[in-house]
Design a protein around this ligand. Structure first.
Ligand SMILES: *[C@@H]1O[C@H](CO)[C@@H](O)[C@H](O)[C@H]1NC(C)=O
Ligand SMILES: *[C@@H]1O[C@H](CO)[C@@H](O)[C@H](O)[C@H]1NC(C)=O
Ligand SMILES: *[C@@H]1O[C@H](CO)[C@@H](O)[C@H](O)[C@H]1NC(C)=O
Ligand SMILES: *[C@@H]1O[C@H](CO)[C@@H](O)[C@H](O)[C@H]1NC(C)=O
Ligand SMILES: *[C@@H]1O[C@H](CO)[C@@H](O)[C@H](O)[C@H]1NC(C)=O
Ligand SMILES: *[C@@H]1O[C@H](CO)[C@@H](O)[C@H](O)[C@H]1NC(C)=O
Ligand SMILES: *[C@@H]1O[C@H](CO)[C@@H](O)[C@H](O)[C@H]1NC(C)=O
Ligand SMILES: *[C@@H]1O[C@H](CO)[C@@H](O)[C@H](O)[C@H]1NC(C)=O
Ligand SMILES: *[C@@H]1O[C@H](CO)[C@@H](O)[C@H](O)[C@H]1NC(C)=O
Length: 713
């Protein structure tokens, strides 16, 4: 290896002997804000370093893909003034020995997003002044001890997203000035405390997604200066009350995406300076009264996407400095009880209560100072929107994924004072009486919203931003809106992904799923041995779009088969069925939507029911849903699954047997689906919420009311 690199380095040398001062054609040369000469090559497609044309006095070199295939030789050695070197996205297979030797002024070396598999001590020989080393997103498998032994001045080390399996003893030997260490995204499974003995100055430590199950408390004992700890997306089930005993200077702790079911009382007793605590996407069912007792400096608390049923006033009483609270996605939480808790923390400025189902009136009365409010995914309509009335200081309001089809005049007056409002994924009717007022106001605002509401109806305007509309050409008042369309508009959004997908991905997904749906629909329509059910929409469209939902003959309602009589279109309207398409990256911890809607009735005979099956929850819309979920997602009761439950609670109308039936019968066709595309067929949501009794026996209920329009051919 060494020899090989030596040869490459030698070969590269002659190229560099003639050094011109002009700028390489592939690059841009300039002077940066610190008055340093810099060369930036970001066009991509480079197969060799354009070093021969770079002047020796260059102090910053930035080379970035895509499509570069670069190997590093000794040719940097003569750039003795170099301070910053970034070569990213360039498929560099490894770092040559001593290739950076002589770059005594180099302070930042960034080789992230390459193909480096191996690093050793010789790679960094001569880097006595390096402050920052970024090797993230490479393919490093193992790092031998004392690899970083030359980097005695190093303060930041990023090894995230490699494949490092093990931290060998003394791996950080001599890095006693290191303040920042990121090991996220490596399958480490364990952090040997001894390794951290060499890092007395460490302030920020990240090991997200490291497959950790527990941490030896001795590790914290060796890191007394630790301020920021990110252990999100690991597999912690329980944290002992002495876990953080020795890290008294922690200001930020991220434990999201673990499997914690409880925060023990004294866990944070020494974290008097803690400001930011993220416990989202765990399995917390309860926050004991004294859990946060000592967190008087806490400003940010994220408890979203857990299983909280209640948050006691007692448990947040001491949080005098709390500004941000997120309790979104705790679908089992009784918000009627929360009013009392909210009254204890009236100083909040940021609140997220998204994906909760329904918000009771008056919930937000205590929050007079709220500036940021996220109530997306809550079935809000124009009546229940009054819940925001007490909050007069709002600067940001997220109303996306609700059931709003218009904004009335009073609300428009409120909204026009808010700097940024989100109304996407609502079934907005862009006519004079529903949206006219808002359109007028929004078009004349002095500031810009980040995104503008998009029309859902009338059809010719579907997808248009309201800022693009000509008010004088709007319809007066369109009074039609079908439940199915409303539902489709407000749920066609992907909210399983925590980070949220970017628009392109969503668009791509939608197109992909549409194609699949069309293929499916065609396959189904021409399938001879199946009954067909046309949706109301099909009838409205004269059925020409060929949309139909398949339903297997074996469906229990017994109406499926009808002796080959020809299709009849002329029956009275039945419960319409609509199709909603989801796409999200497949993750083995996710209960996919089709699993979620599968009926619990036929359990796989061989499988035991999952061991962590929860006790029967109180009968609510969500609990029906949950029982569906836990039955079908065997052993997948993880944080992500929880998110799926939360999501499903918003998507799938309470007790949706026809959806279940349809999804179940569609399973044979799933072989044709791309692995990440899931098609869910949902019935219309009920116009009002069903009584609990109805919810408990959804199967019989709907089966008697559904009458198929069409029978088999
Ligand atoms: C560095 O510069 C010296 C003289 O300026 C020259 O002899 C040598 O070949 C150069 N090395 C490289 C790698 O360009
Ligand atoms: C670098 O890794 C990418 C992605 O795995 C691969 O496509 C490419 O062929 C690799 N390049 C080299 C030079 O090994
Ligand atoms: C890296 O790991 C591989 C496989 O486990 C092993 O063969 C190799 O010796 C290791 N290299 C170093 C430098 O530890
Ligand atoms: C915590 O931080 C303060 C100043 O920020 C420092 O004086 C103190 O020594 C630190 N505590 C420990 C245990 O390192
Ligand atoms: C908040 O932190 C400061 C130190 O920054 C500390 O002195 C104070 O006691 C803390 N407040 C509470 C209520 O714990
Ligand atoms: C927690 O506090 C509430 C009052 O907010 C009280 O009713 C309840 O009994 C307390 N629970 C425990 C376990 O002390
Ligand atoms: C919870 O809400 C806060 C503030 O609105 C936000 O910063 C945070 O990302 C949210 N958490 C999740 C898991 O979405
Ligand atoms: C509001 O909350 C939802 C659900 O947690 C989230 O997807 C969305 O990104 C949040 N809105 C903003 C603007 O952060
Ligand atoms: C909500 O919309 C319905 C139907 O359009 C209308 O009858 C009702 O008056 C509206 N309510 C409010 C508070 O605007």
């Amino acid at each position: 290896m060494l020899l090989q690199w030596f040869v490459i380095c030698l070969l590269a040398m002659p190229v560099l002997t003639g050094t011109g001062q002009n700028c390489p054609t592939e690059c841009a040369c300039s002077v940066d804000e610190h008055n340093r000469r810099q060369v930036i090559c970001t066009k991509g497609g480079l197969s060799a370093m354009p070093v021969s044309q770079i002047g020796k006095d260059v102090r910053v070199i930035i080379i970035k893909g895509p499509g570069n295939t670069i190997t590093i030789g000794h040719y940097f050695r003569n750039f003795s003034h170099l301070e910053v070197l970034r070569i990213t996205d360039s498929q560099i297979p490894s770092m040559g020995s001593e290739c950076f030797f002589g770059l005594v002024k180099l302070r930042i070396l960034d080789l992230s997003r390459n193909n480096i598999t191996n690093v050793n001590r010789n790679n960094f020989r001569g880097q006595d002044n390096l402050h920052e080393l970024d090797l993230s997103k490479n393919k490093i498998l193992n790092i031998s001890s004392t690899t970083f032994g030359h980097l005695t001045e190093l303060q930041r080390l990023n090894l995230a997203d490699n494949s490092i399996l093990e931290l060998v003893p003394r791996i950080f030997f001599l890095l006693n000035k290191l303040r920042y260490l990121d090991l996220s995204g490596n399958p480490l499974q364990d952090l040997p405390p001894d390794v951290f003995r060499d890092l007395p100055e460490l302030r920020i430590f990240k090991c997200r997604n490291c497959q950790l199950k527990k941490i030896n408390p001795q590790l914290y004992n060796l890191l007394p200066m630790l301020q920021e700890l990110d252990l999100g997306r690991n597999e912690f089930k329980f944290l002992d009350k002495d876990e953080f005993r020795d890290v008294k200077n922690l200001t930020k702790v991220l434990l999201d995406g673990n499997q914690l079911s409880v925060v023990v009382d004294e866990l944070f007793r020494n974290q008097k300076v803690l400001q930011h605590l993220d416990l989202s996407y765990n399995r917390l069912a309860k926050v004991p009264n004294d859990s946060f007792k000592h967190l008087g400096n806490l400003t940010f608390l994220d408890l979203s996407y857990n299983k909280l049923v209640r948050l006691e006033p007692q448990s947040v009483r001491r949080l005098n400095n709390l500004q941000t609270l997120n309790i979104s996605g705790n679908v089992q939480m009784n918000l009627l009880d929360m009013r009392e808790t909210f009254e204890v923390i009236p100083q909040l400025t940021h609140l997220s209560v998204a994906d909760m189902g329904v918000l009771p009136m008056g919930l937000l009365v205590p929050f007079k100072q709220l500036r940021y409010l996220n109530i997306s995914g809550n079935h809000l309509d124009n009546m229940s929107l009054q819940v925001i009335d007490p909050c007069r200081e709002l600067e940001f309001l997220d109303l996306s994924r609700n059931q709003l089809y218009g904004i009335n005049e009073d609300t428009v007056v409120r909204i026009q004072r808010i700097r940024n409002v989100r109304l996407d994924n609502n079934p907005l009717i862009c006519d004079e009486c529903h949206m006219g007022k808002l359109i007028n106001v929004v078009q004349h605002l002095q500031w810009k919203w980040e995104t503008y509401p998009i029309c859902f109806l009338p059809k010719p305007l579907r997808g248009s931003e309201i800022t693009d509309l000509d008010i004088s050409k709007l319809h007066d008042c369109l009074d039609y809106i079908t439940d199915e369309e409303q539902n489709a508009a407000s749920t066609s959004h992907n909210f399983l992904e925590r980070g949220g997908l970017n628009t392109l991905a969503i668009l791509g997904g939608i197109i992909l799923v549409l194609i699949v749906v069309i293929i499916l629909a065609m396959a189904v329509c021409f399938s001879k041995r199946r009954a067909r059910y046309y949706t109301r929409e099909d009838r409205l469209n004269g059925g020409e779009s060929g949309k139909c939902i398949e339903k297997g003959l074996e469906t229990s309602n017994g109406n499926g088969v009808n002796g080959g009589s020809p299709p009849e279109h002329a029956k009275t309207p039945t419960t319409p069925t609509n199709e909603i398409n989801f796409k999200f990256p497949i993750d083995d911890r996710v209960c996919t939507i089709d699993e979620l809607v599968l009926p619990p009735a036929p359990p796989p005979p061989s499988k035991e029911p999952p061991s962590q099956l929860p006790p029967p929850p109180p009968a609510t819309a969500n609990s029906v849903l949950n029982s569906l979920t836990y039955n079908s997602c065997t052993g997948n009761n993880t944080a992500t699954a929880l998110a799926a439950v939360a999501a499903a609670a918003t998507v799938i109308p309470p007790g949706a047997p026809s959806a279940a039936g349809a999804a179940a019968t569609m399973s044979p066709a799933h072989n044709n689906l791309p692995s990440e595309a899931i098609v869910v067929v949902l019935p219309t949501p009920p116009t009002h919420y069903k009584t609990e009794q109805q919810l408990q026996q959804p199967q019989q209920l709907q089966l008697t009311t559904i009458e198929p329009l069409i029978s088999v051919n």
